[in-house]
Design a protein around this ligand. Structure first.
Ligand code: DC
Length: 233
């Protein structure tokens, strides 16, 4: 069984996906980490000198950067199995904690908007999914990476609710300046992910959309499990 879970940033995809995979005894991959890993390497290699958006990176002056990022993507893979995968770019292994930084979040929508980067990462994602069943979470899993997945879910929630959850997760008070910054960054990232011409964030026509604003994590997991059981029959 392959389960595709897509949705905007901080919609709970990873928490839900991991718990569902654990309950079903299948693999789990958060595909956003692949885009983050390439972005982390590019920042560490000094390739970004000023903030760039998806629109900027499409321009002629970024042609070499696009080529270099594509080369990085071609050397990107995952190590591990089951619920535990680590990102590897070339010969550099990246811990998840290195991929959560604010600078990564600033540049990652631009990196993820490059078609040739996405092409290179598709094989890695499909390879994981083919290993005896998996839950893959991302933005284009149901539409592009696994268009024939048996179960497709689109998790949605308002930006306000997603920012509130993320702020609390990171230990910031609701209403704090950090909470406000998280909301602003989420809204900007969503806009870039939805507007990009390649593999934009959109629910697959045959996905089940779950609005999670009023739902506890355990209830979302139950709901996804119920959808998975329906197609497993
Ligand atoms: O889910 P996340 O916040 O870790 O994703 C990081 C970035 O990668 C985000 O800007 C969207 C992009 N992404 C994507 O374009 N396609 C995916 N399948 C997963 C993530």
């Amino acid at each position: 069984m392959r389960i595709a879970i897509d949705g905007p940033a901080s919609s709970g995809k990873s928490s839900v996906g991991r718990l569902v995979a654990e309950a079903l005894g299948i693999g789990f991959l958060d595909t956003g980490l692949l885009y983050r890993a390439i972005t982390r390497r590019a920042i560490d290699l000094g390739w970004f000198t000023a903030p760039i958006t998806a629109a900027d990176v499409a321009g002629a002056i970024y042609e070499q950067v696009r080529r270099d990022l594509t080369e990085l993507a071609r050397t990107t893979d995952v190590q591990g199995s089951g619920l535990s995968f680590t990102m590897v770019v070339g010969d550099v292994t990246l811990a998840d904690s290195q991929l959560e930084a604010a600078d990564v979040e600033l540049y990652v929508p631009a990196v993820a908007s490059i078609a040739s980067v996405r092409d290179a990462l598709r094989a890695v994602q499909r390879n994981v999914a083919s290993r005896g069943g998996s839950v893959l979470v991302g933005r284009d899993i149901g539409t592009v990476v696994l268009p024939d997945a048996e179960c497709k879910i689109f998790l949605d929630a308002t930006a306000e609710e997603r920012a509130r959850r993320r702020a609390l997760q990171r230990g910031f008070a609701v209403g704090s300046s950090e909470h406000q910054a998280i909301l602003t960054s989420l809204i900007a990232r969503d806009a870039e992910d939805r507007a990009r011409p390649v593999a934009p964030l959109v629910a697959a026509a045959d996905a089940i959309t779950i609005h999670t604003d009023q739902m506890a994590l355990a209830d979302v997991v139950q709901r996804v499990m119920a959808e998975a059981r329906k197609v497993a029959r």
